[in-house]
Design a protein around this ligand. Structure first.
Ligand SMILES: *Cc1c(COP(=O)(O)O)cnc(C)c1O
Length: 338
């Protein structure tokens, strides 16, 4: 499979030789006892880099968001969240199922923001008829789009005014930071907690880190164990995350540039409609009746896309796709248009 180009997601990257070497060399201990020096180093590093007191290494972004929600909210509490947000829509309803937390979904605007007047209207009065609104959850990037910086400040101000906490699902936080040309802290400083995926564009095989106050992370650590996420010699995995933070952050700009080049190539083709590009993602619409042709054209070029019945496609650039790969993908779409 090594010569296939896989644009289904940025989760498909395989650890580089240098990352594997770092994993092999990792000092380890039992992390449930807090003894793993590499896990501790990763947690401390991200907490420091993002401006928080503490960090917690978890097996997945789903678990990281869930323990964050469970740390912020108790049974019968409510969190406000985008109707299309990952935490609400793509995490199996975990907050409700496992946390007894009621989600209040709010339709996102096209730029991924939750309109703050809608957020404010959704906050429930202190009355036993209602769940207790405790938390607003945002996602950055959202479908590849970095949230507007002044929106973050406005959301923070609203949360302060109404006594809500603010959590960021920052699965692709570093894509947003690199695209905006800002330090990640410029984004994270508005939040009470942030979850960052190491296994997306950063290219680590496994893992997310949740950062927040010492107290919040203490509660989150307890829930991590309850959920079965307490890992033992996890330093082998944390070493991949540390390596990714050292070597794979600035290079996200390469993925964004390749996504822009791919989008530009597709915009020139007949039959291809509605090309949009945000950070490392390209969204295209192809005529539904051409989907079988597209599948054949891509298979012939050893390109894997998330191709189902939908004419709307998402193409995700990442560490394992180079310039020649972008060229091959563009050729596949050109064959479709011919
Ligand atoms: C991938 C993703 C997650 C969850 O990460 P997993 O490690 O796959 O559980 C959360 N939020 C967003 C926006 C994501 O893209």
């Amino acid at each position: 499979m090594d010569d296939w180009i896989d644009l289904r997601s940025d989760t498909v990257t395989r650890p580089t030789a240098a990352m594997r070497a770092a994993m092999l060399a990792a000092a380890v201990g039992d992390d449930v006892y807090g003894d793993d020096p590499t896990v501790n180093a990763l947690q401390a590093r991200l907490a420091d880099e993002l401006g928080f007191e503490a960090g917690l290494f978890l097996p997945s972004g789903t678990q990281s968001n869930l323990v964050a929600l469970m740390a912020h909210c108790a049974r019968g509490d409510e969190y406000l969240v985008g109707m299309d947000a990952h935490t609400y829509k793509y995490e199996g309803g975990g907050a409700a199922v496992l946390g007894s937390i009621q989600p209040q979904p709010i339709p996102q605007a096209d730029d991924g923001t939750l309109p703050l007047d809608a957020v404010e209207r959704a906050i429930k009065p202190d009355d036993p008829h209602f769940a207790r609104t405790r938390l607003l959850c945002l996602e950055n990037t959202w479908h590849g789009r970095p949230l507007p910086p002044d929106y973050l400040a406005q959301a923070r101000a609203l949360c302060d005014r109404r006594g809500l906490a603010l959590h960021l699902d920052g699965a692709r936080l570093y894509n947003a930071a690199v695209a905006g040309g800002v330090d990640a802290r410029a984004i994270t400083r508005h939040f009470d907690s942030v979850s960052v995926c190491l296994s997306k564009g950063l290219g680590a095989p496994v893992g997310s880190v949740l950062v927040g106050s010492r107290a919040l992370v203490g509660v989150a650590r307890r829930w991590r164990k309850v959920l079965g996420g307490g890992m033992r010699q996890a330093g082998i995995l944390a070493a991949a995350g540390l390596h990714a933070l050292d070597h794979h952050v600035a290079r996200l700009a390469d993925d964004h540039a390749r996504a822009a080049r791919l989008a530009a190539a597709l915009r020139g083709l007949p039959r291809i409609a509605a090309v949009a590009q945000h950070t490392n993602m390209v969204f295209v619409e192809v005529p539904r009746e051409r989907l079988p042709h597209l599948r054949a054209a891509m298979e012939a070029r050893r390109v894997r896309l998330a191709l189902g019945e939908s004419p709307q496609l998402r193409l995700v650039l990442h560490l394992d796709v180079d310039d020649a790969g972008v060229q091959r993908v563009a050729e596949g779409f050109a064959a479709l248009a011919a």
